[in-house]
Design a protein. Structure first.
Length: 400
């Protein structure tokens, strides 16, 4: 059994996007966003992000179109302000920074959905066609390029292909979905642009960040496809998206397990501003409003926020790394801020009775190879290095 570890470099191979853009890295996220049509769409909410940049960076609204800061740095700072406001029970700042944080989650997921919305990735299809029956894929990417190739070319399904099953799958309506027969698991350790949950928000009564749905925090839903407009916030359905790609607003989840958030003695009211630029959408708006399930690109990642969802996925990833014969590291660089990924490998290798083969495909492989040799204890003769970029036609060499 082999394991394929996919990083941002693997996603950069996608050249078939309708937008003609490539999936961004942290340092070119905003320049990529500003090249997309959604940057001029009034339904895409960025007002609180702009306010934060104005107040903390001194950049005016008019200058935001050329804003170029690393999204990880900005998202991390907004998160720190948000958590500090919660610790201080400062409701005004909780609302201000909470809205900016949520808007960045939506924006991040939306940019990925826009760019991956196109024909199947040639690189990912070739990778999938070369998998053995029991091979697994671990990815830190949020895009669904590999999901689509697994869905189209193998018996893999959203129902059991992620190891943890979604509560429901949206396939022109909410369904349980069918189990696939593929033994290939896809472990998405930072979430996915097609995973959704109910909205999360600060509850001043419990002084905690909570979901709007009742039940376990680890409940998540997955989007596969639609033919008809799906229900979403204010009916703002946008058409023109292919399988496993959504528009800015994901489908609302069923309201059968809605949590009553209004404390006794309070009355809830909701107002949606209307103007000529942002009219009500033409789609339905039933159900509970939803948002993406991703671990955003922040310095201090909270893997336990969604209950045991991510801890369970990480535990399974460790088990798979313990059993792997060969580990293919494709476009992943073990960034310094992703300390848990290094811990994952150290823990897995400490449980092994033998040493795996490691193949590294990366245009700048020196630090990665150094980490495997001196931190993870892999001898040099069991490491092969291909200092190459992964493009759409790249074929991963096999360890033989």
């Amino acid at each position: 059994m082999d394991v394929y570890l996919l990083g941002a470099g693997a996603s950069k191979s996608y050249e078939e996007s309708k937008t003609k853009e490539k999936l961004p890295l942290a340092n070119d996220f905003f320049s990529t966003f500003n090249n997309l049509d959604i940057s001029a769409n009034g339904w895409v909410l960025i007002g609180d992000i702009i306010n934060f940049v104005r107040d903390h960076r001194g950049i005016s609204v008019l200058e935001f179109s050329t804003y170029s800061e690393d999204i990880e740095k900005l998202h991390s700072e907004i998160q720190e302000h948000y958590l500090e406001a919660i610790r201080n029970d400062n409701i005004e700042d909780i609302i201000r920074y909470g809205k900016a944080f949520t808007q960045l989650v939506f924006l991040f997921s939306s940019v990925i959905n826009e760019i991956q919305n196109g024909p199947e990735s040639v690189f990912h299809k070739n990778l999938v066609l070369g998998l053995g029956d029991s091979d697994s894929i671990i990815t830190f990417n949020w895009d669904t390029l590999i999901d689509k190739s697994l869905l189209y070319n193998t018996p893999w399904s959203l129902r059991n292909g992620y190891y943890i099953s979604p509560e429901l799958i949206y396939k022109n309506g909410w369904v349980k979905g069918e189990n696939g027969n593929s033994k290939n698991l896809l472990l998405k350790l930072h979430g996915s642009s097609n995973w959704i949950s109910s909205y999360i928000q600060y509850n001043p009564q419990t002084k905690k960040i909570e979901f709007r749905h009742a039940g376990d925090d680890n409940i998540f839903y997955a989007y596969e496809s639609t033919i008809n407009p799906y229900p979403c916030y204010d009916g703002r359905f946008m058409e023109g998206y292919e399988d496993l790609s959504m528009s800015y607003y994901p489908p609302n989840i069923p309201s059968t397990n809605y949590k009553d958030e209004v404390p006794e003695g309070y009355l809830a009211a909701r107002f949606i501003p209307r103007n000529g630029i942002n009219p009500k959408g033409k789609g339905p708006d039933s159900g509970i409003e939803s948002m993406p399930v991703i671990i955003p690109p922040v310095k201090n990642k909270s893997y336990d926020f969604y209950g045991n969802l991510f801890p369970t996925l990480w535990e399974k990833a460790e088990d798979i790394l313990v059993e792997a014969n060969t580990i293919y590291v494709l476009g992943y660089s073990f960034p310094a801020t992703d300390i848990p990924s290094s811990t994952l490998f150290k823990s897995a290798f400490s449980r092994r009775n033998d040493i795996p083969n490691v193949m590294i495909v990366n245009p700048h492989p020196e630090e990665i190879a150094h980490k495997f040799k001196f931190e993870f204890g892999i001898p040099e003769n069991q490491i092969r290095i291909y200092p190459e970029y992964i493009d759409s036609k790249y074929l991963v060499p096999k360890w033989v």
